[in-house]
Ligand binder design. Structure first.
Ligand code: FMN
Length: 481
């Protein structure tokens, strides 16, 4: 039995006169009456917040003027757990970092069926400290509830370029000036086309086009539409224009029979993930300057034979605390391969990837006969398939700009097995500016991978360099089950 419990978020207990109906997930119903019903009500009230067996016993003692029999507490907890009325209390999640007092988000909704999730997205943004103003196309409001959105935001949903308020005659310019971030989620194919072609004909597109702040776009449509050359051209244009385009994930095709839907890969991220990503992008966009583009192939081609990289015992001291062989380990951006070699020597089955064939040639030579799979692969557009127990990124992520970091996170979440760990070592804030790396701290990294992964620990350390040790941080995150 779990140590700590909490009342389930979904209803399992129905009151009827003096009886309680306990309704299981499988539809089974148990009827409880009299004193047993009273005990259950007290236990459920106590577990409105996370609590252990002792908390429930204390609540029962208070309610019934005397310590309950130990078996009564255990039987009550067992019954409530069996019907799903209480569940194991999750470990407290690291709080998503708040970026300033309130990040002002213009949330643009367009006419994708994904707009039905708009209220949940508003709530997820508000939970992270955002002030949200919704701007919607006419088609979006066929899916999203205007009254509900206005109730949640305490603001009128802006639907038209034409204002009736003389004090605010040009809503799209006022909103573009107000926003710290524009999030177009879901972005329909039509809205993508407007944005890519500079068509200011609707208030959503006009606001996003006029904004001088990060514009995050989450396409949402069926995969066949997404694959259309015209849609892909528009997405490429938007990336070139500096928008942050979020890779699509799980979606549903409403054209399919409700009983026969198989799911697809064209939807915007779920609300919690979308909100976390949007804020991570906002934080990172305002942080360090973009890392300079590095020609890794040329750099590695110039490395003399025999140079084989730093074994990094400090990194392994961290990894060894959280992961043990055997298991599949992915070494992202392997470079000269020291992480891959050490992992293989420990007994992991190792896949090591790098963008640069020259790096892989060096790494392969240095590894000798070790059974390592070496692959040319770009972590921001990876062709690999999932199931890795451990992913290690030593000094790769901090060379990616914000857009590439978002794609990096999508790859990590996709490739990491439930319960697996990702270990990232990157330059700390105090590293010399001349390194031109991005300075993501543990909280920003956790936001980038939320809610799929939870922060486990962050350890201060260093990278070796010719000029002496460079301050670094090793961050460990675990994929939720
Ligand atoms: C039931 C239904 C679901 C739709 N779902 C999507 C969708 O998920 N993605 C999309 O791009 N278009 C979808 N459409 C088509 C758009 O609503 C349509 O292209 C509309 O013109 C989009 O306009 P907007 O971008 O101004 O909101 C759907 C249409 C219907 C009738």
């Amino acid at each position: 039995m779990s140590e700590r419990w909490i009342r389930a978020g979904t209803a399992h207990v129905v009151e009827h006169r003096d009886r309680l109906l306990l309704v299981g997930d499988d539809g089974s119903v148990r009827v409880v009456t009299g004193a047993s019903a009273a005990v259950i009500e007290v236990a459920l009230a106590a577990l409105a917040v996370p609590g252990d067996r002792a908390a429930v016993a204390a609540a029962l003692a208070d309610a019934f003027d005397g310590a309950p029999a130990p078996t009564l507490v255990d039987d009550t907890l067992a019954l409530l757990a069996a019907v799903g009325a209480i569940v194991a209390a999750p470990a407290p999640a690291p709080r998503a970092p708040r970026v300033g007092p309130a990040v002002r988000v213009v949330l643009g909704l367009s006419g994708s069926v994904g707009a039905i999730a708009a209220p949940a997205l508003v709530l997820a943004l508000q939970r992270r400290g955002c002030e949200v103003q919704v701007v919607a196309t006419r088609a979006a409001l066929r899916f999203a509830p205007i009254t509900g959105l206005e109730a949640l935001t305490h603001r009128r949903v802006v639907r038209s370029l034409w204002s009736r308020d003389p004090a605010q005659p040009v809503p799209h310019l006022a909103l573009a000036a107000w926003a710290d971030l524009v999030l177009v989620c879901p972005a329909s194919a039509t809205t993508l086309a407007r944005l890519a072609h500079g068509d200011h004909g609707c208030v959503l597109a006009a606001t996003a086009l006029c904004a001088q702040v990060p514009v995050v776009i989450a396409p949402s449509m069926n995969p066949a539409m997404l694959a259309e050359p015209a849609v892909q051209r528009n997405l490429a244009q938007l990336r070139d224009d500096g928008c942050y385009v979020v890779p699509p994930g799980d979606g549903v095709e409403v054209a399919e029979d409700p009983g026969a839907r198989t799911g697809n890969r064209g939807g915007a991220p779920p609300p919690e993930r979308m909100a976390a990503l949007a804020l991570a992008i906002h934080a990172a966009a305002g942080a360090a300057p973009a890392a300079r583009a590095i020609d890794w192939q040329a750099l590695h081609a110039a490395v003399p034979a025999g140079v084989d990289g730093d074994p990094d015992d400090e990194l392994w001291a961290v990894i060894d605390r959280h992961a043990a062989p055997p298991g599949l380990l992915l070494d992202v951006g392997t470079g000269l391969g020291p992480v891959a070699r050490a992992a293989s020597d420990r007994g992991f089955a190792v896949v090591a990837t790098d963008l640069a064939p020259a790096a892989l040639a060096h790494a392969r030579a240095a590894a000798g006969p070790r059974p390592i799979t070496w692959l040319e692969d770009d972590v921001t557009a990876s062709k690999l398939h999932g199931g890795f127990a451990v992913i290690v990124d030593r000094g790769c992520l901090h060379f990616l700009d914000v857009r590439a970091a978002v794609a990096w996170a999508a790859t990590i979440v996709r490739l990491l097995a439930p319960g697996g760990v990702v270990v990232v070592k990157l330059d700390a804030a105090a590293a010399p500016a001349a390194r031109a790396t991005r300075r993501l701290d543990a909280a920003a990294l956790a936001a980038l991978l939320a809610p799929a992964c939870a922060l486990v620990e962050a350890v201060a350390g260093s990278f070796p360099s010719a000029a002496g040790p460079v301050p670094a941080t090793t961050v460990v995150l675990r994929r939720r089950g």
